[in-house]
Write a protein that binds this ligand. Structure first.
Ligand SMILES: [Zn+2]
Length: 215
């Protein structure tokens, strides 16, 4: 179990990575980590993930009650709360606006078809949640049905949310999602996307089950 100080330092470090990787711009995006079973630490509203201070992080319980912290919690707190309430083994959540991933939803193109083997093994299918106004109860409601079975959820016209056993795990999922989207975009530009064959997908899904991916 990480100490309060270690969790703060980890959120600041991964906030910087998310920002520097271009997965968010300006003050977009938010990160939280579960602290004990029934509370979380989340990034504050209005702060840039690239430039967080350890003292600015906000503690809340899973009802959304703020327990400590200088600022206001991220406006996407309701989305984070719904995830922690429904997935007891999830210890970290990242919401970002990865541009290639988001562009696919803006263009009305799916990321769901099985194209890249490692993505099929790691994520299974990548679902897209219906559009909900960002930073409102609506965006939390839009992912409710997807939370139980998915660690990676794309938000229509908005971005993505990734769930991890640790913050590093959630970050790798976001990075991998965006890397996949940029590969698919390149493939479209070159000549088109050819999905894997059903028998190839079947083998990958078997591997996914055997290796216990997905939490
Ligand atoms: Zn957002």
């Amino acid at each position: 179990m990480l100490t309060d100080w270690e969790i703060r330092r980890e959120i600041v470090a991964f906030g910087k990575k998310v920002y520097e990787k271009g997965l968010v711009s300006a003050t977009d995006g938010n990160i939280s980590v579960r602290v004990m079973s029934d509370r979380l630490m989340i990034t504050p509203s209005g702060a840039s993930l690239g430039n967080l201070n350890t003292e600015d992080l906000v503690y809340a319980d899973l009802t959304g009650q703020v327990l400590a912290g200088r600022g206001k919690p991220s406006s996407e707190l309701p989305m984070h709360l719904e995830i922690y309430r429904r997935r007891p083994h999830v210890n970290a959540v990242i919401h970002a606006h990865p541009p290639f991933t988001t562009a696919f939803t803006v263009a009305g193109e799916s990321l769901a078809s099985p194209v890249l083997p490692e993505v099929v093994i790691m994520f299974g299918e990548i679902p897209v949640a219906p559009y909900g106004t960002p930073a409102s109860e609506e965006s939390a409601q839009s992912i409710l049905n997807l939370i139980p079975d998915h660690d990676v959820i794309v938000l229509d016209h908005h971005g993505a949310v990734t769930l991890g056993k640790s913050l590093e795990d959630a970050f790798f999922k976001m990075e991998k999602l965006e890397h996949a989207a940029s590969t698919l975009l390149a493939a479209k530009q070159i000549g088109g996307i050819n999905p894997l064959t059903p028998s190839a997908v079947e083998k990958l899904e078997k591997l996914r089950r055997e290796r216990g991916y997905g939490m």
